[in-house]
Write a protein of this length. Structure first.
Length: 335
């Protein structure tokens, strides 16, 4: 393992940097942002995933005055491997990672509000329909709008009358037909993320009076989080120097490709958690979440390496796992 040390100047930092333009640009931008005297309190959100490992290394190297606070959200449903990795990171970098508990742990959130299904957008629309007592009816929009007058947006999704195809249920092959046939009694919701991460994040930023929020989003990673942003930096407002309400957001890894990231990991000998090195997961994300791209492979790994955690996942998301599998088979059987 290579010795990790902070640089005193940007020139010193770049001297041993991989000859990769994206990495050079990232270091230059990050050094400028992190050491800006306007930012007196900086929060860096750590997840324990592979992108997060790279981000922590970048921020630590650039944080000349050690003013960054590292924060991890305990959602109430986490890999033991991730918890062990956090302890390893603390020892390796000589830092303390602040653990923050969920406003409502995921198991309790799912029990109280409902389970996610397909993706967050679908879960939200289904929750809205259920809230108004929807009976999974295959009727024209005009008729359903009279029956459920306070559910217009979700009904447009259900009836495929929204302006964009991505906001129509037809975007998911056979889903409408499946739900009409299934008439699921399980409650749907994507509130678990809101209570375990979003609300916690806002609370941390407000209570800590942080000026800057650093998160590990990469555009090349894809998905809603990556496509929601157009650049690596967001200001709280145009007049942010006068108006100190809120905080700026910085995404240091935003422009790194998979190859850029690989070169960085190799150059600085970044070690990832057992979720990657032993379980061979492609990504960690929200552990056991039924919205995961490779949830079946993830569950098989959890069952083998963390059986107690597997039992917790089944208890929490079992109904969604089963419904998702039935939908997958239904969709495959359609011509």
């Amino acid at each position: 393992m290579m010795e990790r040390k902070k640089a005193n100047t940007l020139e010193e930092l770049l001297k041993d940097c991989p000859q990769n333009f994206a990495v050079l640009k990232m270091f230059t931008k990050t050094w400028t942002v992190v050491n800006d005297p306007l930012y007196e309190r900086i929060a860096c959100k750590i997840s324990g995933g592979s992108d997060s490992d790279v981000m922590l290394d970048v921020i630590w190297r650039c944080d000349r005055e050690s003013k960054v606070t590292y924060v991890w959200f305990d959602t109430g449903l986490e890999y033991q491997a991730t918890k062990d990795h956090l302890a390893h990171l603390e020892a390796q970098y000589g830092i303390r990672i602040q653990r923050e508990r969920a406003v409502l742990p995921i198991p309790l959130s799912v029990k109280k509000c409902g389970t996610p299904f397909i993706n967050k957008r679908v879960s939200d629309y289904l929750e809205r329909l259920q809230r108004h007592g929807f009976m999974w009816e295959d009727e024209p929009y005009e008729q359903l709008a009279r029956s459920y007058p306070n559910c217009q947006t979700a009904l447009k999704w259900w009836c495929n009358t929204a302006k964009s195809e991505q906001f129509c249920i037809a975007h998911h092959k056979g889903l409408k037909e499946f739900l009409i046939q299934e008439k699921p009694s399980v409650r749907f919701s994507c509130k678990c993320c809101e209570y375990a991460k979003k609300k916690v994040g806002n609370r941390v930023m407000n209570e800590g009076s942080f000026d800057l929020d650093i998160i590990g989003v990469r555009k090349a990673e894809g998905g809603p989080r990556a496509t929601a942003y157009k650049s690596c930096f967001d200001r709280r407002s145009e007049s942010w120097q006068e108006d100190r309400i809120g905080w700026d957001t910085y995404r240091p890894l935003f422009w790194l490709t998979n190859e850029d990231k690989r070169q960085y990991v190799e150059a600085y000998q970044i070690a990832h958690s057992a979720c990657y090195t032993r379980y061979h997961l492609r990504r960690t994300g929200c552990a056991g979440c039924p919205l995961g791209r490779d949830i079946q492979a993830e569950l098989e790994a959890i069952r083998e390496f963390e059986p107690k955690f597997y039992a917790a996942c089944i208890h929490t998301f079992g109904a969604s796992y089963e419904l998702t599998e039935r939908y997958r088979k239904f969709k495959a059987g359609q011509v």
